[in-house]
Design a protein around this ligand. Structure first.
Ligand code: ADP
Ligand code: ADP
Length: 226
């Protein structure tokens, strides 16, 4: 479902963010990506929706080689991906409802069904009835839930989240981790990066560990060791 083959990513200026990374994530897996700051986690995640492209190597999503995917084809790819990335900020001059509705507006979804889906997505993340509020009035954890609702409103088969629990209090962080586990239990393939792999230990995820752009670990989580 997600296949990386010898993926290398150099940024202009000579930074090697990924130095030959290979792995395969199968349908229905819950995968936690960890590693120190600068290890290449964000870069790896951006290659999946083709926000970045590999310098060499191949990225395959659902059997399709996306490494050279034409720019005009990326919206079709992203329609099947739920993304909670560092860059996917909320629109603070819009309501919570409008923020979650945005992906459906972009894909031209029929308005009545879209409204129903937004309500369902908000309920799914525990924000039912909060649609009229503005993001700025919500806590950090609640804002992250809005971003997650926006990511799942298209009912993607793959959910990718880059450090969704960063900057959150431990209780909020655990709730968000549980939320990802519940999506996974509902059949969604989940790839989530974190500094604190222990947060997800109860879900017994597969763990990928990056260090300096290299995959140095791939296997079942052992206890709560981070
Ligand atoms: P992580 O998410 O694990 O912190 P990143 O993928 O953000 O790691 O970064 C990996 C390396 O690539 C770092 O050395 C970082 O400075 C570099 N890098 C990331 N994005 C860019 C960019 N747009 N231009 C140049 N270098 C970048
Ligand atoms: P541009 O055309 O300006 O390069 P992109 O389409 O590559 O813009 O994406 C711009 C930003 O929007 C990206 O950095 C990414 O974080 C975010 N983004 C793109 N697609 C999605 C999506 N389907 N869901 C959430 N965020 C997205």
């Amino acid at each position: 479902m997600i296949v990386f083959e010898q993926v290398v990513k150099h940024y202009p200026g000579g930074y090697t963010a990924l130095a030959g990374v290979s792995f395969e994530i199968r349908h229905g897996e819950l995968v936690v990506l960890s590693g120190h700051s600068g290890a290449g986690k964000s870069t790896l995640m951006k290659l999946i929706p083709v926000i970045e492209r590999p310098t060499t190597g191949t990225v395959r999503i659902n059997g399709q080689d996306v490494s050279h995917l034409p720019r005009r084809a990326t919206p079709y790819l992203r329609r099947n991906l739920g993304l909670v990335l560092q860059e996917s900020r909320l629109l603070y001059d819009r309501s919570v409802f409008d923020n979650v509705m945005l992906p459906l507006v972009i894909t031209g979804h029929p308005p009545r069904d879209a409204a129903r889906r937004v309500a369902a997505a908000l309920e799914r993340v525990g924000l039912d009835g909060r649609g009229k509020e503005r993001p700025a009035g919500l806590s950090g954890g609640e804002q992250q839930r809005v971003a997650i609702a926006r990511a799942i409103v298209n009912r993607p088969s793959i959910l990718i989240a880059d450090e969704p629990t960063a900057h959150l209090d431990p209780d909020y962080a655990r709730d968000i981790a549980d939320l990802f586990r519940s999506f996974n239990e509902a059949g969604v393939t989940v790839l989530v990066s974190t500094h604190d792999a222990g947060l997800f230990a109860a879900s017994r995820p597969r763990r990928l560990v990056l260090a300096k752009g290299m995959l140095v670990g791939d296997g079942a989580a052992v206890g709560a060791a981070a």
